[in-house]
Design a binder for this molecule. Structure first.
Ligand SMILES: Nc1nc2c(c(=O)[nH]1)N[C@H]1C(S)=C(S)[C@@H](COP(=O)(O)OP(=O)(O)OC[C@H]3O[C@@H](n4cnc5c(=O)[nH]c(N)nc54)[C@H](O)[C@@H]3O)O[C@H]1N2
Ligand SMILES: Nc1nc2c(c(=O)[nH]1)N[C@H]1C(S)=C(S)[C@@H](COP(=O)(O)OP(=O)(O)OC[C@H]3O[C@@H](n4cnc5c(=O)[nH]c(N)nc54)[C@H](O)[C@@H]3O)O[C@H]1N2
Ligand code: SF4
Ligand SMILES: [Mo]
Length: 650
């Protein structure tokens, strides 16, 4: 039997897949051949996703903590016991501290509407604190909320004449987009990568610029100044869309090619070539990644690129513009049923979990985490873990495995995987909505988020009809009007493009300037800037426990350029101490000329209890952009030979 579904992971491509089922078991999963983006292939992470169903450590029963928090000691309990305990604890927290003392925490471990939002209904109905914010693309989302268009349909890409991959490692993180880039190339387009690292993507491009991380707003300003100075700026489009062209002129005016070269570490020739290519392409498409947003100037980065897409006139043409979040129309908020909220509970930004667990007033006393592994993926993870260690905090975690976060839980709930539940989802790199039909029944006692919500609501005595809806009904509530769920499930996907931005006066004009464009702090002779590019084989911390993925990723390491290693007297393969603030990790040193000097990198979000020395968020200090994007990449480290003290086992 073959069952249509989709990959639930937090990835632009949202692939459509076909699960092959024999004797009630998933034996294989393949990319859907006729999906216009997937085109028959899954990636190196997901090609054997069925292995996850029965991998060692798969959670199949509810667990109750039986040792100290974080120690990973649990005993198996029944669902009835788990539900009773959660309901009793939640109720007493509400009575003693008020419902706002409950905090739901869900991120994009799955993009599925049901798996993410069904449980949110429960917390809405309880009057719990509401989660807001995010840890990824927060800067882009903030600019989108201001009205900036940032979501070109990737199927337009072949019409682009110049494609700039600005801090995006397409071939590792969203490789299906490469089809469209190659098609554009066949029609004569040039492809330029802007990345401090010569990634597998940069190697395939026609030109690669390796600026200092965080200097991108300056690079963008130099191009903007060039457009204005040479009369190439599309002032007609700016008159329709832009509110503050004069302020922009002023902000970019200091950034000559020479000044920008100094600030970015590029040559004048490189910047000039980029600016000229951008000014003459009809049209250019900028595809920007996530890493350059992971800094305190994340919004300045996105604003700078949006200014270029507009002033370059690229939005006038199919294939041109700016692509950061390209999403189909889907009414996800409706699936969470905001109408169920009682009172006016506070919002808690999930990117600041450590801070909230530390010092929210009223304090957070009950936390439920699903579809996320914040103990591994949050900035300043030690602070998060101190919070999770609090004796007076009651924590519930639902996941497929006993993750770093689940180890701190009082109650662990076994969640179904995409092969075991129904869901629908959008994407953030294309315009299709996808449906996922379960291929098999849940294994063990795993439950979908919808089933968890229904059983918890019943235990808590909540009887709103929205808390009794089936997973299919919850999924249907997010679909655009007139879309029968059955048809979507039968077909597997359906395109739902938002309209292309109109070349007409905008009711609210866009702000393309935001004060002076400054040089951000950067490393020096003693301190390197640590980046955390995505691993080719993990998806953030997902898969970091899977033997096949671990073997493919190889030993955790800190990567430096040869010049820096030599300057610091460090030898490839030796053990080095990496420090930031009061935190220290000991790792093997890898030397790789792909990284520009001054920059270090650690790939993959390893699990701390498995690879304690590779848990890189031990090193990332609490720091956010004004919109709340965690500055994961603004980390300045020292690297020195490890002392003779033996390294803890990896
Ligand atoms: N294989 C794999 N795929 C993934 C993921 C994964 O973990 N593994 N994660 C998924 C998720 S959640 C996301 S958000 C996306 C992210 O997808 P991408 O945006 O493609 O990935 P990043 O690693 O965030 O950054 C891309 C590149 O930006 C570079 N970079 C770092 N700092 C700067 C800077 O200041 N300026 C410039 N110009 N470049 C910089 C890095 O060297 C890196 O090569 O990938 C998704 N897909
Ligand atoms: N230092 C540093 N830290 C980073 C980043 C970085 O670049 N550098 N990147 C950041 C980015 S871009 C992102 S998006 C975040 C991601 O951070 P997280 O959202 O925490 O992502 P994952 O680590 O992939 O963890 C997702 C979890 O969801 C679980 N899950 C999957 N499907 C389901 C389901 O159906 N039900 C339930 N209950 N659980 C499910 C998975 O098993 C997994 O444990 O990490 C951020 N952290
Ligand atoms: S992780 Fe991304 S590329 Fe890989 S199968 Fe899932 S959607 Fe496709
Ligand atoms: Mo992300």
């Amino acid at each position: 039997m073959q069952v249509k579904g989709c990959c639930p992971l937090d990835c632009q491509d949202s692939c459509a897949w076909v699960a092959h089922v024999e004797d009630g078991q998933v034996v294989k999963v393949e990319g859907a051949k006729d999906h216009p983006v997937t085109r028959g292939v899954l990636c190196a992470k997901v090609k054997d996703y069925e292995a996850r169903l029965t991998a060692p450590g798969r959670l199949l029963h509810p667990l109750r903590r039986s040792g100290p928090k974080g120690a990973g000691q649990f005993v198996q309990i029944t669902w009835d016991e788990a539900l009773d305990e959660i309901a009793t604890r939640f109720r007493s927290i509400i009575v003693e501290h008020g419902a706002e003392a409950l905090m739901p925490f869900c991120y994009l471990g799955t993009q599925g509407v049901v798996q993410r939002l069904a449980l949110v209904r429960l917390f809405h109905a309880l009057g719990a604190s509401r989660q807001t914010g995010g840890v990824c693309a927060v800067s882009a989302a903030a600019l989108m909320a201001e009205g900036h268009p940032i979501g070109v349909d990737p199927e337009e890409t072949p019409d682009a004449k110049l494609i700039i991959l600005w801090g995006q490692n397409v071939l590792s993180t969203c490789h299906h987009q490469w089809h469209f880039i190659e098609e554009a190339r066949k029609r004569g387009a040039r492809v330029i990568a802007i990345d401090p690292c010569r990634t597998r993507t940069a190697k395939q491009c026609d030109m690669h610029l390796a600026p200092l991380p965080g200097s991108d707003p300056v690079l963008a300003a130099a191009i903007g100044r060039h457009l204005l100075e040479t009369g190439r700026a599309d002032l007609e489009l700016a008159a329709l869309w832009v509110e503050d062209l004069d302020s922009y002129r002023q902000a970019v005016s200091p950034w000559s090619f020479a000044a920008a070269a100094e600030a970015t570490g590029l040559s004048v020739g490189e910047i000039e070539a980029l600016a000229k290519a951008f000014a003459s392409a009809r049209p250019a498409l900028i595809r920007a990644g996530i890493a350059p947003q992971q800094a305190q100037n994340g919004e300045a980065f996105v604003r700078g690129l949006s200014a270029l897409a507009i002033l370059g006139g690229h939005w006038r043409h199919e294939g041109g513009g700016l692509s950061i979040l390209s999403m189909p129309e889907l009414n996800e908020a409706q699936a969470a049923r905001p109408d169920l909220v009682t009172g006016a509970p506070r919002f808690l930004d999930i990117a600041k979990l450590g801070l909230h667990l530390d010092s929210a007033t009223p304090p957070v006393k009950g936390l439920m985490v699903w579809s996320a592994n914040p103990a591994a993926t949050q900035i300043d993870a030690p602070r998060v873990k101190r919070g999770l260690m609090r004796d007076d905090l009651f924590t519930v975690v639902a996941d497929h495995f006993l993750t770093d976060t689940a180890r701190y839980a009082d109650i662990v709930l076994p969640a179904t995987t995409q092969f075991e539940h129904f869901d629908v989802q959008g994407a953030w790199g294309h315009h299709y909505v996808l449906a996922n039909t379960p291929a098999i029944a849940p294994i063990g006692e795993a439950r979908s988020s919808g089933a968890m919500m229904r059983s918890l609501a019943a235990r808590l005595g909540l009887d709103h009809p929205a808390l009794r809806e089936s997973d299919e009904e919850i999924a249907a509530s997010a679909l655009p009007d007139g879309w029968p769920l059955e048809t979507l499930a039968r077909d597997g996907w359906r395109k739902s493009s938002p309209p292309r931005p109109q070349l007409a006066a905008l009711p609210t004009r866009l702000r393309i300037a935001d004060g002076p464009i400054a040089v951000v702090p950067r490393g020096d002779a003693a301190r390197l800037q640590l980046l955390s590019p995505k691993s080719h084989y993990f998806l953030n911390s997902t898969f970091a426990n899977m033997p096949r993925h671990q073997a493919a990723q190889g030993q955790p390491a800190i990567i430096l350029n040869g010049q820096d290693a030599a300057r610091l007297n460090l030898v490839a393969g030796s053990r080095v101490a990496v420090t930031c603030g009061g935190q220290r990790l000991e790792l093997v040193l890898a030397v790789n000329e792909a990284l520009r000097p001054g920059v270090a990198a650690m790939e993959g979000k390893w699990w701390e209890h498995d690879k304690p020395q590779a848990a890189m968020n031990a090193l990332t200090p609490s720091r956010w952009s004004p919109a709340g994007q965690p500055a994961y990449n603004e980390v300045f480290i020292t690297v020195a030979p490890a002392s003779s003290i033996a390294m803890p086992p990896q």
